[in-house]
Design a protein. Structure first.
Length: 767
């Protein structure tokens, strides 16, 4: 590509991100650009200089001359309400009328700071930034009004989309002040005064989500809805075994299918697969249905490669064996080994827990539309994508690498996401669409079928966890050992990795909260044979099952009430110190988000009260309890089960208490707790991906079941702890403590201890 072409494309992209944001604004509008990822920096963007590459902001806030406010949403919306919650913070500090606030979705752009909508970190990472944005704009409007009235800015107050001066009764709409405000110097952060909680109109209130009307009426655009003129539709026959390649194929019959336009081979990934496409044969047609029929007509002979001998049943034995061997020490306190050596066998209790591979199975499977522009010499000039991506910048990077162009030539438009669960952080499906668009010179929309999604995805890792405790006369542990073995997510980039990464071990394992004098946390070795990726609540899924089920086992062994035993095991209210231990704390400073056992105890006490713990229940019915800290929040579940004599399980009631720190949008917090509980129900009851000869055995919802209405809890009661602590995670927090609480309840009802999921493998009948 020529330098001129590169420059023109880069300018086009700049106009999309900057001029696109200020489109329709007149001169004199107040447009503030914030760069807050490092040192505090804010600039007023002039309309005629909006594409000047002199300032790289994290956030735009604009107020038009008619007073309308526009806020750039740089995170992806997939049901959490983040496109509403973050702008609510800006609007509250600004004093805006929510009915006059518009939200514009950002494209992928590194100048916007992190856009990776995962890890339950959008609120905790951007709450303070949004407050600064709103307070800065408000301060400038108040200063402009003060100058107009010749009074002190401290006497002016922005509220209800206008600035008023109580002493004189004067007031001006935001629109009347933006031109003069735009000429003022931007106040330093130290000058800003934030609103007290008593003046907030939106934070902590149940505001309807921004996209609600479009979602209800079907107008909302998801990735599956993306369309461009002259586009083709594609499906891909991918290798059935990770790392496999096409030995040979015959597309004669496929080309004869009505509507089929072309057949294109996608090469296998090079080196570690990371986010690259798997490879395979793509069928392009004038409809997705025709493409699917064409794919069915392909004749392909596969070379399956080194993973063709992978058998998940055999691997389970290997993994359990690994978890029972000495492993890499992650955390050690006291002398656990000596206590075990000196303990009599009848005081030692051991248990092995196992969670199989899991698939994300989002209701909207992976899909993307790409339009690759090629010049007369056959060089790629630009690429524009429309995708339901949780990480548009990763999509931008992968597209640039795939096409061999600078990432500034790539534009990624973010659609609404029909459930992400972590799968849509991985943009291999977006790269497929770009490869095919380049090959045929037309826009191409790639759709993964449900079978594609389940058989060729990134899987939640399989894990074995070994637990061991020596107990005293009261049944309390004097020594505690826990060891987990699992193929790491990091194998996507380093296939030789055999231990879990620090962030995986830190998720509910390194930070075990119990008060035990001698404690050892270890990690065993494991190899990966599938693509391993993060899924909703990640390593907390298998770590919580073991760490939250084992206390219940010890309680019953001691003849104690599990709830009372759990409180004693948690010990006194305290902050746990992990000095000298590698622990990332979800990438947040430990002094701001400490490991607070008091908060964990508090949600446990409140959930027991909410569920009326210990109430009298008929035979076959029981309660189970579990508590867990994840994504810097604290959550506890009490699950009530009813199990018939022949083993039919129902869940009449679930109680959930969450302490996520300060709550921005209570309705979305409750919804996430309810959704997380239902999601965890499906995983616990049915979730399992198995492999034989390297091939995934499941293909659709008939053999990889999710929770249906009659499987799900009939009643979910959610209580949110009121807190002035910094806001923490929510989206994934409702998952980890559900499964152990459910399994603990099943034991109480039937006497059968569930240590291996899913429940569908077990006979729950009782006499």
């Amino acid at each position: 590509m020529t330098k001129a072409a590169s420059r023109q494309s880069a300018e086009k992209k700049s106009q999309v991100s900057r001029r696109g944001f200020v489109a329709g604004l007149s001169a004199g509008s107040l447009v503030l650009a914030f760069k807050l990822s490092g040192a505090q920096e804010v600039a007023v963007v002039e309309i005629d200089q909006a594409d000047a590459p002199t300032f790289e902001p994290d956030l735009f806030v604009s107020i038009a001359s008619n007073g309308d406010v526009t806020i750039l949403a740089h995170r992806s919306e997939m049901g959490t309400g983040i496109r509403t919650a973050l702008p609510m913070v800006v609007a509250d500090e600004l004093g805006a009328d929510w009915n006059r606030v518009a939200i514009q979705q950002a494209i992928g752009d590194s100048r916007l700071g992190s856009q990776n909508t995962d890890g339950s970190r959008s609120i905790r990472r951007f709450y303070d930034r949004m407050r600064i944005a709103g307070a800065t704009a408000r301060t400038m409007l108040e200063q402009a009004a003060a100058a107009e009235w010749n009074v002190s800015p401290s006497e002016c107050k922005a509220q209800d989309h206008k600035v008023s001066h109580a002493a004189s009764g004067q007031e001006l709409d935001f629109g009347a002040l933006v031109e003069s405000a735009s000429r003022l110097p931007v106040p330093d952060k130290a000058e800003l005064k934030f609103r007290p909680a008593s003046e907030r109109r939106y934070i902590g209130k149940d505001i309807p989500i921004t996209d609600l009307d479009d979602l209800i009426t079907g107008k909302a655009m998801f990735g599956l809805d993306a369309r461009r003129p002259n586009q083709l539709f594609a499906v891909v026959a991918r290798p059935p075994v990770l790392g496999g390649t096409v030995r040979e194929f015959d597309a004669t019959t496929a080309r004869g299918v009505p509507g089929v336009v072309d057949i294109v081979e996608i090469p296998k990934f090079k080196g570690p697969h990371a986010f690259q496409p798997l490879g395979g044969i793509a069928v392009l047609a004038n409809s997705t249905w025709a493409a699917m029929q064409g794919r069915d007509a392909l004749s392909i002979e596969w070379e399956n490669g080194k993973n063709a001998d992978y058998d998940s049943n055999e691997f389970e034995k290997t993994l359990v064996e690994s978890s029972r061997k000495e492993g890499k020490v992650i955390r050690s306190e006291g002398d656990t080994e000596k206590v075990f050596q000196d303990a009599s066998p009848d005081t030692i209790h051991e248990a092995d827990y196992y969670v199989p591979h899991l698939a994300h199975a989002p209701m909207e499977p992976p899909c993307a539309l790409c339009d690759v522009t090629i010049d007369e010499s056959g060089n790629v000039v630009s690429c524009e994508a429309w995708a339901p991506t949780q990480n548009p910048q990763a999509s931008q990077d992968v597209l640039a690498a795939t096409l061999g162009i600078d990432k500034d030539l790539v534009t990624v438009n973010v659609t609404l996401i029909g459930v992400g669960l972590g799968r849509k952080s991985k943009p291999d499906f977006v790269a497929e669409a770009a490869i095919l668009s380049r090959a045929v010179g037309r826009p191409v929309h790639v759709t993964w079928t449900r079978e594609d999604d389940i058989q060729n995805g990134y899987y939640h890792t399989v894990a074995a966890v070994h637990m061991r405790a020596a107990v005293d006369e009261a049944g309390m542990p004097t020594a505690w050992l826990q060891r987990s073995s699992f193929p790491s997510i990091m194998t996507s980039w380093n296939p030789a990795a055999r231990h879990g990464a620090e962030f995986e071990m830190s998720q509910g394992f390194t930070d075990v909260p119990y008060s035990v004098p001698n404690l050892q946390v270890e990690n065993g070795e494991a190899d990966a044979h599938l693509r391993i990726g993060w899924m909703r609540s990640v390593a907390h899924i298998y770590h919580a099952l073991a760490v939250c089920s084992f206390p219940d086992e010890l309680a019953h062994r001691a003849g104690r009430d599990p709830y009372e035993y759990l409180l004693e095991l948690l010990g006194p209210d305290r902050l746990i110190s992990l000095e000298g231990v590698e622990y990332s704390n979800h990438r947040e400073p430990i002094d701001r988000f400490p490991i607070d056992v008091g908060r964990l105890r508090h949600v446990t006490e409140r959930v027991a009260k909410l569920a009326n713990w210990g109430k009298e229940l008929p035979r076959g019915s029981a309660q189970g309890i579990a508590c867990h800290r994840s994504f810097l929040s604290y959550c506890a579940h009490v699950v009530e089960v009813e199990i018939t004599k022949n083993g039919e399980l129902s869940i009449p009631r679930v109680a959930v208490v969450i302490d996520p720190g300060m709550v921005i949008h209570p309705d979305r917090v409750r919804a996430q707790m309810e959704g997380g509980t239902v999601f965890a129900t499906g995983l616990a009851r049915y979730g399992e991906i198995t492999a034989e000869q390297g091939r995934i055995q499941q293909s659709n919802f008939d053999d990889f079941e999710v929770a249906r209405i009659d499987d799900s809890p009939q009643e979910i009661n959610v209580e949110i702890v009121s807190s002035d602590k910094p806001p923490a995670g929510v989206g994934e927090v409702g998952v980890p403590s559900f499964a152990p609480a459910l399994c603990n309840a099943i034991f109480a009802a039937t006497g059968k201890r569930i240590r291996r999921l899913p429940l569908s493998r077990h006979d729950l009948s009782w006499a």
